[in-house]
Design a protein around this ligand. Structure first.
Ligand code: SF4
Length: 629
């Protein structure tokens, strides 16, 4: 079995120790992170057993810890960073204690020397303010500072992880890191975005950056011929060809004439996209389709296809990967979900405006999906007259939140300006817009002041956990994304568009979660899942000579995580409308199942009661699945 090394650091004193692990319960960074979370909520990161290997997608850096916004154990992942972390010669790092001053952590291991651990104080306020140069602010400025100050102390270019001001100001700060090339830091920023682990790192540990790298070499799966044997046996294709085939849509799909998550989803989802803070879920099909054609196909997507796809502005995350899923335009990296929540869902249908808004959220170090969900909600409150922008020092006026006659350039510019001023207000914790304890708490405050708590809460589309946990859903109009799973905000649930009764959906969610845990625990990027879910367990058994049943192992891990499931009902009329709208859509598409007709009847008679029953049915299915494992 693979002996793994874990580095435990006490940030208060700088003391550290290396633990050697040969424990069948710990086969990857999620196993390790969960153990550390159970012990004392430690924040961890690490790579899987194939980091540094030639298997495509095997170099994702996994973060685990207690999520300040979800209020439970969380997993958040970052593309490519384990490619450099592998050079530190350590599998996992766990952090405890609090740095006496705002600090950065350096991890370095040159050759066969021992790992070096250094903690350096940071002039944080000054660094976050940036140099005054364009695009040098917050997260980007801190990353540059760390690179310039410490980069040359490594024998080969290190990777820099950093947070932004949002990590201090809110519970949904992310951890970011840009890919490095021969010239230094690039514009290809990668994010462990979900779960607010950047806030955890800053607020709990007083830690704002990590620089890691070195030149240590250890045993890696590096035999291409052997890899081809596995791929040919199962797919009758060499590894490179199978991976190219499996990742086509992330690179470029000739059938759709677009690529990447942004291109493919805006092309395919059509009427299933969310517009204007999810208000569109109550609109008729023709209206949603017409809006998609006019504002997305003819403008927002067209700009992206002409500027990024036709010009082949593609990049990888730091590990040489044929999927080149990072779609660029100048300094802007374009993914579907940030460009959806801070795009059409916030009433922005122009790439120029979305770029500025997403970039600002990145510079502030927000989880951009979470930020987009919050900004869309606040814009709807402004539109409804429940929030006066002037109260927070924002420009007067309401957003254009009506699709009728919407001008994609002019009205997007108006909405973009308001969205960005809201982002600044949140990052500066102005008045009620103090998100240190999350969006539900903000909703309560605004609701109390206005005396209209229900109208304030109703348009807030989040999944709930416990008393104040919250998570903006991934942007797919399916009930799977509104499931009471132990971890929401990722793809730990079934999100196919086909109708399945909620009890069955719950069981499928549990199954999906365990498959995703396997990928994360093995350190893989889920864009390679088509083959990785099947082949990685086989290669793992042979390469590490560990006769493990990885499927059973991850079902057990899923069950243990699920034992702490504190998901709570969403209590939002908009989410209820969203689930109801999904069921109506299925009927319109001609799905003829008695269970669908039954649920639709229940929603039509009493929507809140039916939505609650639907949610509890999913929960029963989840619990039944985990109990059986
Ligand atoms: S698909 Fe994208 S994120 Fe995943 S390994 Fe390849 S380039 Fe990196």
């Amino acid at each position: 079995m693979n002996e793994q090394k874990a580095l435990a650091i006490d940030l208060r004193t700088g003391f550290y120790r290396v633990e050697r692990l040969a424990d069948p319960k710990i086969r990857g960074p999620i196993d390790f992170g969960f153990r550390e979370w159970e012990r004392d909520r430690a924040l961890c990161f690490g790579g899987g057993p194939f980091m540094g290997s030639i298997l495509p997608g095997s170099n994702r850096l996994m973060f685990t810890g207690h999520s300040p916004c979800w209020q439970g154990f969380y997993v958040s992942t970052m593309g490519g960073a384990a490619h450099t972390f592998d050079n530190v010669g350590i599998d996992f790092v766990s952090l405890r204690g609090r740095c006496p001053e705002p600090s950065a952590l350096l991890l370095r291991r040159e050759g066969q020397e021992q790992v070096e651990v250094e903690i350096h104080p940071l002039p944080l306020r000054e660094v976050f303010a940036g140099s005054g140069e364009e695009h040098d602010l917050g997260f980007f400025a801190l990353q540059r500072h760390l690179w310039e100050r410490f980069g040359e102390t490594y024998s080969s270019p290190p990777r820099v992880l950093a947070v932004g001001p949002a990590a201090l100001a809110t519970d949904f700060g992310a951890i970011g890191s840009s890919r490095v090339d021969a010239k230094g830091l690039t514009h290809v920023d990668c994010w462990a975005g979900r779960g607010g682990l950047g806030s955890r790192m800053a607020q709990e540990h007083n830690l704002f950056g990590v620089v890691l790298g070195g030149s240590h070499i250890d045993r890696d799966f590096d035999d291409r011929k052997l890899a081809d044997v596995y791929f040919k046996r199962r797919y009758e294709m060499r590894m490179i060809l199978k991976d190219k085939d499996a990742t086509r849509k992330y690179r470029y799909d000739p059938a759709l004439q677009t690529g990447g998550t942004l291109g493919v989803n805006f092309h395919r989802l059509k009427d299933r996209l969310f517009f204007f803070n999810y208000r569109s879920v109550d609109w008729p099909l023709e209206q949603r389709l017409a809006l998609h054609q006019r504002l997305i196909v003819e403008h927002y997507l067209r700009q992206f296809n002409e500027e990024t796809i036709a010009e082949k502005k593609f990049a990888h995350c730091g590990e040489p990967c044929l999927a080149v899923c990072k779609k660029m335009w100048g300094p802007y990296k374009k993914d579907y979900e940030p460009y959806q929540t801070l795009g059409p869902n916030a009433g922005i249908f122009d790439q120029r405006e979305a770029e500025k808004t997403v970039w600002l959220c990145d510079a502030m170090g927000f989880d951009t999906i979470q930020a987009g969900g919050v900004v869309s909600w606040l814009m709807e409150l402004c539109d409804a007259g429940l929030l006066e922008p002037a109260r927070y020092g924002l420009p007067a006026g309401r957003p254009v939140f009506d699709p009728e006659g919407f001008d994609p350039v002019h009205d997007s510019a108006h909405n973009g300006e308001l969205a960005r001023s809201l982002v600044h207000a949140i990052a500066e914790r102005r008045g009620e817009l103090d998100f240190t304890r999350g969006a539900r708490e903000v909703a309560r405050r605004i609701g109390e002041r206005t005396g209209r708590p229900v109208e304030v809460l109703d348009p807030l589309v989040v999944n709930n956990a416990g008393e104040r946990g919250w998570m903006v859903p991934n942007q797919y109009w399916v009930p799977g994304m509104f499931s009471p799973m132990p971890i929401m905000g990722k793809y730990f649930e079934y999100y196919g568009d086909d109708f399945v009764p909620p009890r069955t959906l719950g069981r499928m969610n549990a199954e999906r979660m365990c498959q995703e845990l396997l990928l994360d625990n093995m350190g893989f990027c889920r864009f390679h899942r088509e083959w990785a879910e099947e082949l990685v367990p086989e290669i793992y058994r042979d390469f590490w000579e560990d006769d493990a049943d990885l499927r059973a192992h991850h079902r057990r891990l899923g069950r243990r995580i699920s034992a702490a499931n504190i998901s709570a009902y969403y209590r939002s009329a908009r989410v209820e409308a969203l689930v109801h709208g999904y069921l109506r859509r299925k009927r319109e598409e001609g799905v003829d199942r008695p269970e669908l007709a039954d649920w639709l009847g229940r929603f039509e008679r009493d929507r809140p009661a039916a939505a609650r029953d639907f949610w509890y049915e999913i929960r029963k299915g989840i619990d039944e699945a985990f109990e059986g494992w």
